[in-house]
Design a protein around this ligand. Structure first.
Ligand code: SAH
Length: 374
């Protein structure tokens, strides 16, 4: 009874399911599982917005879907375009929170940077999302919905006009702290009946939630990026506080397991270059030593400032010297080009509109005000 009442109150959102989930739903309704596959094609290949348009379903099923299911997507609250072609959307969610999603066009690919949570609970000291505080996990529909909406707004078509070729789970939030919903969403991204993006072109970036890294390998083997940012525990404790729970050794061991037995696979390590904090020659040498046992690539990210941020970007020469040192040590290293910084769309600048449940934003405002008075 309770279940029934709930389903009448709030019809299921079909964007909340991966293929297996949709098949289970249809089976529970007494329908054949292939109905789920037909519906997926309508949603993701044909961008169908209403059940009446799903013409290969029976009339009865269409009527039932209209009564008991919905197709709810995030709404565009604002859009900004950077001089370099990067586009950023602020998507409004049903509860009034808002998240940001960024599209980064390059010559040979188009990458969508997708958010996984409203705000972030992790409090990394160099990241503006942390300042917003944390509210909640995104649903699968809200994660997949960012891709559906961006693709629509860009005029993309999964089968005939592919504009988004890569997805990075590198927007707001820590994806591995929203495991089930993120995995279901990535399955839709990779499914041939969904967006059909290959698993090498879907990258999940984590600050290092070690148990979830092993689980990811078992359940949804996408490309892994890890926000390392320091080669010493005392420094990483300050920059990425989850390090106190899962220190560098333990993290790197999990990374090694993630790509074990697959000779060509590598973990990407992100390393934000902060002036005078983690960018000296000694840091590079220690990093090389640490990465010796892990098949690794390194992405250096020049620190992107945001209002009130405590750090400065490393000078260009120091970033180049750091890169050269890693190269000489045998590690493929690229410096990530800053994209979209004129619209605050660069790494670490995504803010959204978070109804903070941690009061962290207030604390930061209080501290900034106190500093101004001092
Ligand atoms: N929580 C996940 C996903 C965020 S990905 C993670 O930590 O990996 C966003 C990437 O941008 C991370 O590597 C993050 O460390 C980096 N980043 C955060 N703030 C930044 C800033 N101000 N400048 C440059 N990179 C930043």
């Amino acid at each position: 009874m309770i279940e029934q009442a709930r389903s009448l109150d709030s019809p299921v959102n079909l964007y909340d399911f991966d293929r297996a989930g949709l098949e289970a739903l249809f089976t529970a309704w007494g329908e054949k599982p292939y109905r789920a596959r037909q519906v997926m094609k309508w949603l993701y290949h044909h961008q169908c917005e209403a059940f009446e348009g799903m013409t290969d379903l029976s009339r009865a099923l269409r009527a039932r879907l209209a009564a008991e299911a919905r197709l709810t997507l995030p709404e565009v609250a604002a859009e900004q375009r950077s001089a370099d072609g990067t586009r950023k959307w602020l998507f409004r969610l049903a509860d009034g929170n808002a998240i940001e999603t960024v599209f980064i066009p390059e010559e040979d690919r188009g990458t969508l940077c997708v958010s996984s949570q409203v705000g972030c609970a992790l409090n990394c000291s160099f990241c503006s999302t942390a300042r917003q505080g944390y509210n909640r996990n995104l649903s699968t529909a809200e994660i997949v919905g960012q891709l559906v909406m961006a693709n629509r707004l860009l005029g993309g078509q999964v089968q005939t006009r592919r504009i988004i070729t890569n997805v990075v789970m590198m927007g707001m939030g820590e994806p591995l702290l929203n495991f089930e919903n993120v995995v279901a969403a990535m399955r839709v991204m990779m499914d041939d009946l969904g967006f059909g993006i290959s698993k090498r072109r879907v990258t999940l970036s984590t600050s290092g939630v070690v148990p979830a890294i092993d689980r990811l390998r078992r359940e949804c083997d996408v490309s892994l990026a890890v926000s390392l940012h320091a080669a010493r525990d005392d420094l990483r404790d300050l920059l990425v506080p989850i390090n106190r729970k899962y220190p560098i050794d333990v993290l790197l061991e999990a990374c090694r397991r993630y790509v074990a037995n697959e000779p060509r696979r590598r973990v990407t390590f992100e390393y934000v270059m902060i002036d005078g904090v983690n960018d000296r020659d000694e840091d590079a040498r220690l990093l090389l030593r640490r990465l010796a046992r892990v098949p690794a690539k390194v992405n250096l990210i020049p620190f992107n400032p945001f209002p009130g941020s405590p750090y400065r970007t490393s000078p260009r020469e120091r970033i180049d010297a750091f890169r050269d040192r890693l190269h000489r040590g045998g590690i493929v290293t690229i410096t990530r080009r800053t994209r979209g910084d004129d619209i605050d769309a660069a790494c670490g600048q995504l803010a959204g509109r978070v109804h903070d449940r941690t009061r962290r934003a207030q604390r930061f405002r209080g501290r900034a005000a106190a500093e101004t008075r001092a």
